[in-house]
Design a protein around this ligand. Structure first.
Ligand code: CA
Length: 331
């Protein structure tokens, strides 16, 4: 396979703090020999594990970029044992546009793996992570939030994996992250995800959903900043005590966790994030908006659970995710 067209302006093997770019040639109308300049920071000090930290995999999710731009400007080489690679805005064109997918090619970064060196801009970025950055990493933290169309309880998460030793290490890092909620996560469709690519290489992969609605709050940004520091301490890359936080473990036992709309309309939530619902409860109503006098469509819980995610905009379309329910794990 051909080499990646991306040229890093930093040396991933050099000690010290380096701020630079992953430069991706992108010839276009407003810049004939132009490039996409994806900011990257490498902080390395001697031998030790490598953490690969990413935000902006989806361009309208902000807690990760906030925590990682802050970490990149403040982390000092002498604080580190090993290496920290920080890419605060992985799908940089999407991040600049404030959109989930790239305005260049409509690429959804988290459905583009393993990517392609001769593909679209998004596929080229995915390929660089697949073949250059992921192989350097021992642990991978990829920040997500709900974006403009979903809102989540703030949680850190890892997946149930066939390799139980790898799974246990990931859940240990989720615990160390210390979000108010911790999730054993089930994906609707794991094909093409960065998560799946990292896990297939045996990397210890954790992710988050820390809020949503296309913005952040003081609380959600604070959770992200504290969480990344805790993870680096748990990995032995930073020194100091982990700020032990109370976390409640959640589980997504099967596909009944996901509630989808089969009609569009005006959504009335009957429960909020964190509320407990029983099987059969109406989680939300969808009112048809074409005329008055019509009954709403009732969206009912299919298990006893708490509301972990909800559709964010006030209007909903057929096929949209109304809600994600999760079971509290008794520990
Ligand atoms: Ca996301």
């Amino acid at each position: 396979m051909r080499a990646s067209p991306i040229s890093p302006t930093v040396d991933f093997s050099a000690d010290g703090v380096q701020h630079g770019f992953l430069r991706l040639p992108y010839s276009r109308d407003d810049s004939a020999w132009g490039s996409v300049m994806i900011p990257v920071t490498v902080v390395k000090n001697g031998e030790g594990p490598t953490a690969l930290l990413t935000g902006g995999n989806h361009g309208d999710e902000y807690e990760g970029p906030i925590a990682l731009f802050d970490l990149a400007r403040s982390l000092k080489a002498e604080e580190v044992s090993g290496r920290v690679i920080i890419v605060p805005a992985m799908n940089y064109p999407a991040f600049l546009a404030g959109t989930r997918t790239s305005p260049v090619d409509k690429g959804n970064m988290n459905r583009s793996f393993p990517g392609a060196p001769d593909g679209t801009v998004t596929q080229k970025i995915a390929d660089f992570f697949q073949r250059v950055l992921l192989p350097l990493a021992d642990i991978v933290l990829d920040f997500h939030s709900g974006g403009k169309t979903l809102d989540f309880l703030p949680f850190c998460a890892a997946h149930i994996l066939p390799d139980k030793a790898q799974e246990a290490k990931a859940f240990d890092l989720v615990h160390a992250f210390g979000a108010p909620w911790s999730m054993k996560m089930l994906e609707i469709d794991a094909v093409g995800m960065y998560d799946t690519a990292a896990e297939a290489m045996g990397k210890i992969f954790i992710t988050t959903e820390l809020g949503g609605g296309g913005t952040s709050t003081a609380k959600s940004a604070g959770i992200a900043k504290a969480g990344v520091a805790n993870v680096l301490k748990a990995a032995g890359i930073l020194k100091g005590p982990i700020e032990a936080a109370q976390t409640t473990w959640l589980d997504m036992p099967d596909g009944n966790c996901f509630l989808f709309a089969e009609d569009g309309g005006l959504i009335e939530p009957l429960f909020d994030l964190g509320d407990t619902v029983r099987m059969g409860d109406i989680v939300a109503r969808i009112y048809p908006v074409g005329r008055t006098g019509e009954e709403p469509l009732n969206i009912r819980a299919k298990l006893h659970a708490i509301v972990a995610a909800r559709h964010f905009p006030g209007l909903i379309k057929s096929g949209d995710c109304v809600s994600v329910l999760a079971s509290v794990v008794m520990t």
